[in-house]
Design a protein around this ligand. Structure first.
Ligand SMILES: [Zn+2]
Ligand SMILES: [Zn+2]
Ligand SMILES: [Zn+2]
Length: 379
């Protein structure tokens, strides 16, 4: 019965504010009692607010609002609390909306679905995947890296997400995008930016189908014509004239063509950088302020090198120790980094031929292998 007294049903903002101030006064004993209780999704679905437990590790970090989040999110309240204990901000879309309406954030009232659970990643880039096209471990391989227990030697396919002033920008939709977004607890993607149309960068697109509901419209895709053509062919069912069986049966997509001219998306200026990916293939790298993301390349033309000076962080393709027809080797990538002299370089798109710890130990201090989940400050 004591436990029930601490369950606060929240239906309106006024009640929320009252609950917040009430919970501010809770004692350490109250907090300890709460920590022993079972925090199940079922309880959450009845409408629990967990907020501002004084002196707790997650003080003011956990804000679970609304009656529906547990029915549409995959995380239990237990998960959310442990996530908050690791120092992450946790909020549902509704609490996000309340806060963002105050700060003028671009989400519009009515465009936000109930119960979206996401992490606030503004000001950060997360490297969602850092592996080559087949991933690491590679199916059927028994090499020491593929069998390694070190999580840094597990690499999903290449992708990144940026928390920009007006939303989350996903770079590429790798076949692992669903797992990646779940792992990082990023629940909403406001737009996608494509480097190129290879399968390991495109084929997770269908997994963004719920975003059209969260956004209240199609997902904006920023890409070159070659990427648009590939997506129109590979996901032809999304562009069919046939009547859909139900809403959400296919992805809703809106193309925005880009070239080499800088453009703005979600409140961020983006500078595309032309790079070569083998002899006959061209891709785009991107510069966001003083951070640049340059994957899937083995040659950067001089005019593009000029656009990559003065960086704080460079993320650069480095496939393996040996050379390759379409990717930089580690040695080639180190040479590029030495020429550009960013403060820090992180290598990505790596194969199983690069063991994380041993390779890092041999690299210069301002160059390191990236890893899945690495967070980089946007500067
Ligand atoms: Zn690739
Ligand atoms: Zn292997
Ligand atoms: Zn590629």
């Amino acid at each position: 019965m004591r436990r029930k007294a601490r369950v606060v049903k929240l239906n309106r903002n006024a009640e929320l504010d009252a609950a917040e101030s009430r919970q501010q006064r809770w004692s350490a004993a109250d907090e300890a009692t709460f920590q022993r209780t079972d925090r199940s999704p079922q309880r959450a679905s009845k409408g629990i607010a967990v907020n501002s437990f004084p002196r707790s590790a997650w003080e003011r970090k956990v804000v679970l609002l609304g009656n529906n989040f547990a029915t549409s999110a995959t995380q239990s309240v237990e998960d959310l609390c442990s996530h908050a204990e690791r120092g992450n901000k946790v909020h549902t879309q509704r609490s996000c909306l309340r806060r963002e309406l105050r700060s003028g954030f671009a989400l519009k009232r009515g465009s936000v679905s109930k119960g979206v659970f996401t992490t606030d990643i503004r000001g950060k880039m997360i490297l969602l995947g850092t592996g080559t096209s087949v991933g690491v471990p590679m199916v059927g391989c028994g090499c020491p890296v593929c069998l390694s227990d070190n999580p840094r030697n597990k690499r999903t396919r290449c992708s990144a997400i940026l928390g920009l002033p007006q939303g989350n920008l996903l770079i590429d939709t790798s076949p692992d995008v669903r797992e990646q977004l779940l792992r990082e607890r990023v629940g909403i993607v406001h737009a996608v930016l494509y480097t190129h149309e290879h399968a390991d960068h495109v084929f997770g697109l269908d997994d963004l189908r719920m975003m059209q509901f969260y956004l209240g419209g199609p997902v904006p895709l920023y890409c070159e014509p070659s990427v648009e053509n590939r997506i129109r062919k590979s996901f032809d069912y999304a562009f069919s004239e046939e009547a859909k069986t139900h809403a959400g049966a296919t992805p809703q997509l809106a193309f925005h063509r880009i070239g080499l001219e800088p453009f703005e998306v979600l409140g961020q200026r983006v500078t595309p950088i032309r790079m070569r990916h083998g002899r006959r293939f061209e891709v785009l790298g991107f510069r966001f302020g003083n951070v640049a993301y340059c994957t899937d390349t083995n040659s950067i033309p001089p005019e593009s090198m000029e656009k990559l000076t003065g960086l704080d962080v460079l993320i650069l393709d480095a496939l393996r120790p040996r050379g390759h027809a379409t990717h930089f080797s580690l040695e080639e990538a180190v040479k590029i980094a030495e020429r550009l002299q960013p403060r820090q370089t992180y290598f990505t798109h790596m194969s199983h031929e690069l063991e994380h710890e041993a390779t890092n130990a041999a690299l210069p201090p301002n160059m390191k292998l990236a890893f899945d989940g690495m967070r980089i400050e946007l500067t």
